[in-house]
Design a protein around this ligand. Structure first.
Ligand code: NDP
Length: 324
């Protein structure tokens, strides 16, 4: 059995929220472990240019921004643990954390910054062809669709961003959206609308991802079965790739039943702080925010969580000393 390591503050998640929390907590002279998880750096590591993070006049690439944030936190002593947290026991003190490397850690305070993941449609063929033509990340997989025809499903900013990015590679990008109106911001919509490589199919849903298995045994997406929700028409369109861009869901599975959550599975925090339903557990970033979901708001709430956790630790340690 591996030895159990103890820390003042454990931070689960390494996006802008987690790494900003790490910076503030480490600068407060606390021992900080950051559990980086399966996607070190979080969602920004699978985006391209970030144009709206203050301080970078000409924009900055997402992975580079996260790299800088990590180094800034490490400069003050925060330690990155490249493991994925599989279990957290919040019904004991200190809190107990188990990871996929079969290691265990204890922490006096916990900051949950596990973020959110891409939502999928849940229709036939989607899982079967995931990685074989179906994707939820244009930045990761766009390169494979050079001179090919791809679909982007969704009508928000993510869908516009994915579609625009894919025009660098694909011969044609078809945006498939279930309504006539778009949730995307005007600037993103205008950019997409003025791109000649983008075609629009509205009031339409994907009924099935269709594909074939080649003689080599490899699966391949060949098209989508679509349905117009107004006319009821059903037809098949050939596609080499399909990018699902319909929003995100919070990564809160390991806290089910332990922390209070809303109907969407987002962790409920106190409106004036980052406190959760359990003393000593704080939450920041997209895991508790389904409204703003920006890198800058995540970073801001990461700062708040570190300050809240630091004050809370000071108070309980002070009370413990006073009663000793
Ligand atoms: P949104 O929730 O804004 O949009 C999701 C889109 O997917 C909607 O058009 C929605 O349709 C559609 N959708 C949802 N579920 C389904 C389904 N089951 N079947 C078909 N379509 C579905 O999510 P985003 O990820 O686009 O954006 C999230 C936040 O991040 C926003 O605040 C956005 O502004 C921000 N963002 C900003 C960027 C930037 O500034 N560069 C880039 C990316 C995101 P409907 O409208 O009908 O509900």
């Amino acid at each position: 059995m591996n030895e159990i390591r103890h820390t003042d503050i454990a931070i689960i998640g390494s996006g802008p929220a987690g790494l900003t929390a790490a910076l503030y907590a480490a600068r407060a002279q606390l021992h900080v472990l950051v559990f980086e998880g399966n996607q070190p750096g979080g969602q920004l590591t699978i985006t391209t240019e970030v144009e709206n993070y203050p301080g970078f006049e000409n924009g900055i690439m997402g992975p580079e921004l996260m790299d800088i944030m990590r180094k800034q936190a490490q400069r003050f002593g925060a330690e990155s643990i490249f493991e994925h947290v599989t279990e957290v026991a919040l019904d004991r003190r200190p809190f107990l954390i188990a990871t996929d490397r079969d290691r265990r850690y204890t922490a006096d305070a916990l900051i949950v910054a596990t973020g959110a993941s891409a939502k999928m449609l849940g229709v036939a063929g989607e899982t079967e062809y995931m990685g074989y033509g179906v994707s939820a990340c244009a930045t990761c997989d766009g390169f494979f669709f050079r001179n090919l025809r791809v679909a982007v499903i969704g009508g928000g900013d993510t869908a516009m961003e994915e579609a625009l990015y894919l025009t660098r590679f694909a011969s044609e990008v078809v945006i498939i959206h279930r309504r006539e109106e778009f949730r995307a911001s005007k600037i993103m919509l205008d950019r997409a609308r003025s791109n000649e490589k983008i075609r629009w199919v509205t009031s339409t849903v994907v009924e099935e991802f269709l594909g074939e298995t080649l003689s080599t045994g490899i699966r391949r997406l060949t098209g989508l079965q679509l349905r117009n929700v107004v006319t009821g028409d059903i037809w098949v369109e050939p596609f080499d790739g399909a990018f699902v861009a319909i929003g995100h869901k919070p990564n809160t599975e390991i806290f089910q039943g332990a922390l209070e959550m809303d109907d969407g599975g987002y962790i409920v925090t106190n409106c004036k702080s980052t406190r959760t339903s359990i003393e000593g557990v704080f939450a920041c970033g997209d895991v508790q925010d389904h409204i703003y979901r920006q890198a800058i708001t995540a970073a801001g709430s990461g700062c708040m969580a570190a300050i809240d956790a630091t004050h809370w630790l000071e108070n309980i340690r002070h009370s413990a000393e006073a009663t000793a």
